[in-house]
Design a protein around this ligand. Structure first.
Ligand code: ATP
Length: 315
């Protein structure tokens, strides 16, 4: 559905995006995550046909964005970083204006406006001037304009920036609802946003993709170890049990109460841990595979500026 190949973007001498390739399948919600200036907005502007890449190709819904920007714009909904609203119009007038721009007429137009008002919870605000709306409602109006023509693809640039915690929850819920039948790519520098909404994440740093995948996949790739939290329900970790652990894995940190964190040796699985426990008089009450938090991953990839140097930061 979206295919970016070797994208490059220079603004004069400024290198904003360097050799970025990725694809997004139909129905996925993918997050572009990165610190300020990482190149997120630039990539979204390329995908939406607002900027040409300096090199590389972006295909959206089968169209080359550089060659067919108008065709691309007709099948995407775009919410830029600052929602493009006309403050002196009411919500109704504004959506009418967008319906004109999208060439919606007759029943289709009425149905489209009714649908987005309901979906975005804007029915009570319809006759209010946009400059009197709260930030949360303004963002909903921005989303309403993005989905008015019922596009297959939604591209959202930092959709929750500047909202209060309640508004953030509402907009995230709305995006998840929209994501149930659309392909969504959104940018954010809020880690929880990605964990709360996205199937997959592309972590950008300094214009390049530093990692991509689910948070578990990225964590595994970075660390190359499978870590389990093991709760011991019977027995105690004797010196003999510690010694016997060699070959199966190693303690990641010293035990806290009955909780052990054990990284498995290559080729070993959870069943080896059970066998080790039984052989050493231990009863395992719970065996929980650890996930790296996105925060761990993000910090490790972006804080030190290079992937290799940052691996040290992982737990
Ligand atoms: P933020 O989270 O702060 O919005 P971002 O990840 O979206 O950042 P971009 O806005 O894509 O990053 O910017 C990437 C780089 O390109 C930055 O160094 C930025 O200063 C530069 N840049 C962006 N737009 C322009 C422009 N129009 N002219 C010159 N440089 C630009």
């Amino acid at each position: 559905m979206i295919e970016a190949t070797a994208l490059m973007k220079y603004y004069g001498q400024v290198r904003a995006v360097h050799d970025v390739s990725f694809s997004v399948d139909k129905g996925e919600i993918v997050g572009l995550l990165g610190p300020n200036g990482a190149g997120k907005t630039t990539i979204l502007k390329i995908l939406t046909g607002y900027h040409y890449p300096t090199a590389g190709v972006a295909m959206v819904n089968g169209y080359d964005v550089s060659a067919n920007p108008v065709a691309v714009k007709s099948c995407i909904g775009y919410l830029p970083e600052n929602a493009p609203l006309y403050d002196d119009l009411t919500v109704r007038e504004y959506l009418d204006f967008i319906a004109d721009a999208r060439k919606l007429t007759g029943h289709d137009r009425v149905n489209a406006i009714t649908r987005v008002l309901k979906l975005c919870g804007l029915e009570t605000q319809i006759d209010r001037p946009i400059d009197q709306l709260s930030k949360g409602f303004r963002q909903r109006v921005g989303l309403a304009q993005a989905i008015l023509h019922d596009p297959d693809i939604l591209i959202l640039d930092e959709p929750t920036t500047g909202l209060d915690p309640n508004q953030i929850q509402e907009i995230r819920r709305l995006i998840r609802t929209l994501g149930s039948d659309k392909t969504v790519i959104l940018s954010t520098h809020i880690l929880q946003e990605v964990e709360a909404m996205c199937d997959r994440v592309l972590i950008l740093n300094d214009g390049e993709i530093a990692a991509s995948g689910t948070t578990e996949e990225i964590g595994r790739e970075l660390k190359g170890e499978k870590v389990f939290t093991v709760r011991i329900a019977g027995g105690s970790l004797s010196d003999g049990a510690r010694q016997a652990l060699e070959g199966v894995g190693h303690l990641v940190t010293e035990p806290i109460g009955p909780k052990l964190r054990i990284a498995l040796a290559e080729g070993r699985g959870g069943e080896d841990l059970f066998r080790w426990a039984v052989d050493n008089g231990l009863i395992i009450g719970a065996l929980i595979p650890e996930r790296y938090s996105l925060e761990d991953i993000f910090t490790s990839l972006t804080a030190a500026g290079t992937t290799g140097a940052a691996e040290e930061a992982l737990p």
